[in-house]
Design a protein around this ligand. Sequence first.
Ligand SMILES: C[S@@+](CC[C@H](N)C(=O)[O-])C[C@H]1O[C@@H](n2cnc3c(N)ncnc32)[C@H](O)[C@@H]1O
Length: 262
Amino acid sequence: MTIDIRLEAARFYDSNPVTPDDIPFYQALVPSPDCSILELGCGTGRVTIPLVSYCNSVVGIDNSAAMLSICRQKLAAAGIPLHKAQVAESDITGFSLGRRFDFIIAPFRVLQNLETDAEVDGLMRCIHRHLAPHGTCILNVFQPMFDPDTLRQKWVIPGEKMEWEAPVEGGKITCCSRRSRMDPKRLVLYPELIYRAFVAGQLSEEVVLKLVMRCYYPDSFERLIRDHGFVILERWGGYAGQVYGQGPELVIQFCEQKGVTA
Ligand SMILES: C[S@@+](CC[C@H](N)C(=O)[O-])C[C@H]1O[C@@H](n2cnc3c(N)ncnc32)[C@H](O)[C@@H]1O
């Protein structure tokens, strides 16, 4: 049985006011209104739900039952029928839905949650297995704030940093981060997010989410995609059209090499 690391933290996810402004970006790149979309690591449906009216159908997969439970509640509350949007609990590094999709996405740095080469290879095999011959896929990572050597020296810091604060009925939620550990060789960061709920000024709950964020740089991210047998079509440095390598994000759209499908 796999452990849902987001079991306690999932309910705080949608309170985050500082998620990327990526929804119009993905909506604009939906290839046609009758296409099929596969979202890898769909979470609570932050992107899934706004895509429903832009396509024929969207399937989301995620390995967090807690995130999916929130997503299903939101789909039901929005009156979205199952033939338009469905989500399933599965690991993006090894799944088989038995069909292909026109457009595959993994918004908000999902790729970086994969710690090992074996997991990344598994994800790439799954993309080959599910991408239609004419389809495209978009993956995204953040552009690290430092070059690799500086990252090794400066990423780990003592204490907590406030990430965001959001008002909720009767109080507020805060989210702080801790940067206490990294793998300097493989450039894998292990940040922790500490969610705290306050009611009438008193701390009522504290939840710690331990994350894995593997770092990629502009060259290594492109290489990763090419080395797994894909052809790069487009690259961006952020959702406002920044030049690749010159913005806060690294975003790459790619497709199969002609005549190659798994
Ligand atoms: C930062 S959240 C992004 C959620 C959503 N894509 C969004 O943009 O709001 C990362 C999501 O990826 C999921 N995830 C991470 N590793 C996964 C894996 N190996 N298999 C399936 N889902 C995974 C997490 O459970 C989480 O919901």
